[in-house]
Structure formats: C-alpha cells, structure tokens
Design a protein around this ligand. Structure first.
Ligand SMILES: C[S@@+](CC[C@H](N)C(=O)[O-])C[C@H]1O[C@@H](n2cnc3c(N)ncnc32)[C@H](O)[C@@H]1O
Length: 266
C-alpha cells in the first residue's frame, strides 16, 4: 500500500488583545493564541507581551523590526513578511496586535492579503480598539452627530474634508509628520494641527486628549483644553484627540420633505 504523504498546510488568524491587559481579550482570540503552533505579536507594552508568552510559549515579538531611523512602512512590511513566512512553513500561525488588529495596523492587513494570495486560509477577528474605549470613557454615542475618524498626519497632508458639526476623532496625534519610528511627541505637528482646525473651530473650542487605561488598575487619561492650547497640552505616549461638534446642525427642510418626515406648508 502506498502511503500518501500528509501535507500540513499553514494558516493564519490575526487577533487583537484589546487595549486593557487581560480583560479586553475575547475568549475566541484567547483560544487562538493558546492553541496556535506559532504566535507572533506586537504588543502595546512589555507586560502585555509577557502575558501573551504566558499563554503560548512559542510567542515571539516582532518589535525588533522597529528602529529609530527606519521608515515605519519598512518595519510593517518586515512584520508582514515574517508572519507569512511562518504560514508558508506549514504552521497554524496566530498574529497578535494590540487593540483591534485591523484598526490603524498595516502589517495585519498586509499579512492576510499576502497569505491569501498564496492560497492559505487567513482571517482576522475583531478586538476592542482605542476608539471603542473612547466612546465608553468620554460618554458619547457616535450615532448622535455622526463620527469621523482620521489618522492625524493623513488628515493634514491630504487636507481631509470633514464636517465640524459631527464628532471628529484624530488618531496618532503624538507622531504628526513623523514617518520614522518616533522618539518624542511632535510638538510642531500639533501646532500645524491646531492651525488647520482653527479654520473650522474657534480658538476656545474644547478638545480632549485621551488615553484609555492599559492596565485594570489605571484610570484613563482625559485632558480637556481650548483648541488654541492643544500644542502645549500634556500628550501621553499614545493619544487620541476628541473634538466635539460645534453644535447641532440645522435640519434640511427639503430633505425632510423628500423623506416624508414633514409635509410642506401650503
Ligand atoms: C498604531 S495605532 C493602534 C491602534 C489599535 N490597533 C487600536 O485598535 O486602538 C496607535 C494609535 O492608536 C491610538 N491608541 C492606542 N492606544 C491607545 C490608548 N490606550 N488610548 C487612546 N488611544 C490609543 C492612538 O491614537 C495611537 O496613536
């Protein structure tokens, strides 16, 4: 009898840790981390990394790809290539990123696309992002006024059009204009952001610098100041900016009529 050789085909699942150590990890994500043949991770902190290793001894950090003068895009490609190489090697790979693994995370999407292009099974599971924490901690519903979310540098270099009557959320305000691995908060970039926002809001419009708690014992960092003071405000090592709407946008009478929500006066 000829024995047919068993070929073990690699696969990839990408999961997120959530923002807060332990409590934000979904049961599904935890099961994938625990049972993977190889875990590769990018964690928000050393303690988060240690915890991932405690769940699966094969876990290996991809943080060594970061380097001070290396463009972030090159770092992300190296991470994606390393993940796909492990899949190619025939392993069931779990790649772990902090927060939601597909929100403001380039290597996770790149690895999935490359693995699928080579015929491997690859999928992503959702996780709790910084924005999810922001809705909870700052206490507003994105449904109320609509909600726009931008990456800070992209927002400025493409002069993104936005509606100041809707909520505005700006990510990565600590690294504005920095394409390499950051060393310190980019105050010049914050000045440019304030200048751009002041075309749509008054100098006294309140803005909130936000950092969700990363440990169960921590409180979120919430600092509200007038827009004009933002560039000098305390900025944590990771921070997201919340800009509330100017005020309620007036209703459009023609649209109300079109939708049958109001009958036109005769
Ligand atoms: C590379 S992105 C990663 C986002 C992450 N995947 C998520 O789902 O939230 C980094 C940016 O996320 C935001 N961020 C990450 N951790 C945060 C925290 N603890 N509190 C507030 N914002 C955070 C900041 O805007 C930061 O510049």
């Amino acid at each position: 009898m000829i024995k047919r050789a068993m070929t073990h085909k690699g696969s990839l699942v990408v999961v997120g840790t959530g923002i807060q150590l332990g409590g934000h990890l979904t049961l599904e994500a935890q099961a994938h981390i625990t049972h993977a043949e190889k875990v590769l991770y990018v964690s928000g902190s050393k303690i988060m990394g240690d915890w991932i290793v405690s769940l699966n001894k094969t876990a290996e950090s991809l943080a060594h790809f970061y380097a001070p003068d290396k463009p972030r895009a090159a770092t992300y490609s190296d991470m994606a290539d390393t993940i796909v190489a492990a899949v190619r090697g025939g392993q069931r790979v779990c790649a772990v990123f902090y927060g939601h693994p597909g929100v403001f995370v380039q290597p996770s999407h790149e690895a999935i696309q490359k693995a699928r292009a080579e015929g491997f099974d690859a999928k992503m599971l959702p996780g709790i992002s910084a924005e999810d924490c922001l809705f909870a901690d700052l206490g507003f519903d994105p449904a109320d006024h609509g909600c726009q979310s931008f990456e800070a540098t992209d927002f400025l270099i493409r002069t993104r059009i936005f509606d100041p009557y809707s909520t505005l959320i700006i990510w990565q305000i600590e690294t504005i204009g920095q394409l390499n691995q950051k060393t310190e908060v980019g105050r010049n970039g914050l000045h440019v952001l304030v200048e751009y926002l002041q075309k749509s809001y008054t100098a006294t419009h309140p803005v909130t610098v936000y950092q969700a708690a990363e440990l169960p014992v921590q409180q979120p960092f919430i600092h509200t100041c007038p827009l004009a003071h933002l560039a000098d405000a305390p900025i944590p090592h990771v921070a997201t900016l919340y800009v509330p709407p100017l005020h309620e946008k007036p209703l459009d009478p023609a649209m109300l009529t079109k939708l049958g929500l109001r009958t036109e006066k005769r």
